[in-house]
Design a binder for this molecule. Structure first.
Ligand SMILES: Cc1cc2nc3c(=O)[nH]c(=O)nc-3n(C[C@H](O)[C@H](O)[C@H](O)COP(=O)(O)OP(=O)(O)OC[C@H]3O[C@@H](n4cnc5c(N)ncnc54)[C@H](O)[C@@H]3O)c2cc1C
Length: 466
């Protein structure tokens, strides 16, 4: 449906109004009173000023793929940024684009120019607005660049007072807060992102038993590239994936079909990136389990070793409607020094949980090393290098309950959660992980949005009283 109304200056505002989508089917409860889809940046300030027509809270939504209720419409107005979606400029070392552009679209456009983002996610659906304002950690190559928002050099946003604001990375403190603001300080409509020349990445896998992995942990950590783990507590396996920037191009790319067949098809799906296809057929559970098994087997074969890819080759798109993805995960990060203990306790936790509740997540648990990155206030590696733990599942019965206990487990071991990729969080988890930083953000928010125009119940409950 398209509605139009007059703005205070008599100019007509035209929005596409859509019903609340099937988000509640994904278990992510949202329920706004209305959804607006502006196509012009000029219409966003008017949404803020017309409090009667556009009820509080006003919440931006990008692609709607978050794993938690951070969008949270709460009977208010959700502003779908998908209609503001142009790539504006390919500059020297940067690209400028609007908030509704999907990262997959951007990455493919950069590839055509021999460029890439310093970090490339595995799913292409993420919107650039969310990339700038939420926590999207990725296996990192260097300090200061462990989450996608650290690629942001400049943001243009509309504040709750309807004012335009331009912030660059020269204003480090403000940028740090905005990069963790989840639409609570304003709606971003444009970003400039750092880009670098495309570089090949060599990928190697090695599989260990838990004890073996723990014994070799110090030497595994000496590896300087990016690192992912694929963890299977019931198989007693930890598979280490090492990603090395292949600057000299010393490795040939003749392995491209090996990549497609042995790594992309067998390995990555089980870790989430195109798992939708694995999940679509009948016999779901066994298909998933055998997919994981295939993945682990693939890591043992020489074909899956030493392959070379460009980052855009591991990018996959989930189904266009987020609730159809049928794949979920939850993410916590732990200080690297204590990680062997965390892993050992995680194996015991999973086994104990299974014994008691006859439930275990039916996909492999992934993990990424995150170098220290203070680019965002709620960065999971703000206080130093961390390693994540990301159980995943197709969301089958038992998953939601598992996460409740898993969250308490992770918090007890000093874990740091996210607000968009950690499900079923409680206030005490958040205050334990973020303490002073959370109080600072809350105070700042109260000053910048005294009428709580952008505030929803999800963040109100996590951050305590407003
Ligand atoms: C199956 C699955 C697998 C995933 N795997 C990965 C993965 O491997 N790696 C990874 O990094 N991510 C992954 N994600 C994505 C991750 O969960 C992100 O949280 C999410 O997709 C963020 O992008 P979005 O556009 O969907 O944000 P949304 O869910 O639409 O919004 C997220 C938050 O950002 C705010 N926001 C959005 N746009 C704006 C804007 N323009 N201005 C202000 N605030 C805004 C919203 O209000 C909300 O608080 C996965 C998601 C799914 C469903």
């Amino acid at each position: 449906m398209v509605v139009s109304s007059s703005s205070s200056r008599g100019k007509r505002m035209v929005f596409k109004v859509t019903p609340a989508s099937g988000a509640e089917n994904s278990g992510v409860y949202r329920r706004p009173r209305m959804m607006l889809r502006p196509t012009r940046v000029d219409d966003i300030p008017k949404i803020f000023s017309k409090t009667k027509s556009y009820p509080t809270p006003v919440r931006a939504v990008g692609a709607d793929y978050s794993q938690a209720r951070c969008v949270g419409g709460d009977g208010g107005t959700v502003v779908d940024m998908g209609g503001i979606d142009k790539i504006l400029e390919f500059g020297d070392g940067f690209v400028r684009a609007q908030a509704g552009v999907r990262v997959g679209t951007l990455v493919r456009a950069l590839t055509e120019r021999g460029l890439e983002l310093p970090l490339t996610p595995e799913i292409g659906n993420i919107s650039l607005g969310a990339l700038a304002m939420t926590t999207l950690p990725q296996a990192s190559f260097q300090e200061g660049m462990a989450q996608l928002s650290s690629c942001v050099l400049e943001m243009k946003l509309i504040t709750p007072q309807g004012k335009q604001m331009v912030v660059t990375d020269k204003d480090r403190e403000l940028m740090r807060v905005l990069r963790s603001s989840f639409g609570l300080l304003g709606i971003v409509h444009e970003v400039a992102l750092r880009v670098v020349p495309m570089q090949a990445v060599k990928i190697d896998y090695r599989s260990y038993t838990l004890e073996d992995f723990i014994q070799r942990f110090d030497s595994v950590l000496k590896f300087t590239g990016a690192m992912r783990l694929h963890i299977a507590p019931f198989k007693d396996r930890v598979t280490v994936e090492k990603r090395t920037l292949d600057a000299e191009g010393s490795t040939t790319r003749s392995g491209i079909w090996q990549i497609r067949n042995s790594v992309m098809r067998n390995v990555l799906p089980a870790f989430g990136s195109s798992v939708g296809s694995v999940l679509s057929g009948p016999g779901l559970r066994s298909a998933v389990l055998s997919g994981v098994q295939r993945a682990l087997n693939a890591t043992q074969t020489p074909a899956a070793r030493g392959v070379v890819v460009y980052a855009h080759e591991w990018l996959r798109d989930l189904p266009a409607e987020s609730w159809k993805a049928r794949y979920t995960h939850s993410l916590w990060a732990f200080p690297i020094a204590g990680y062997p203990r965390v892993l050992k306790e995680y194996f015991a936790f999973c086994r104990g949980y299974y014994k008691e509740h006859h439930y275990r997540p039916n996909l492999v648990t992934a993990a990424s090393r995150l170098h220290r990155d203070r680019g965002a206030l709620f960065s999971p590696s703000y206080n130093g290098t961390t390693m994540t733990l990301e159980p995943s599942s197709d969301g089958e019965k038992g998953w939601a309950d598992f996460l409740i206990d898993f969250n308490d487990f992770a918090s007890r071991l000093g874990g740091v959660p996210t607000f968009n990729q950690t499900r079923a969080l409680k206030t005490e988890h958040v205050s334990k992980a973020f303490g002073e930083r959370m109080r600072l953000f809350r105070a700042l928010r109260q000053r910048t949005d005294p009428l709580n125009r952008l505030h929803n119940s999800y963040f109100a409950s996590l951050f305590g009283s407003t």
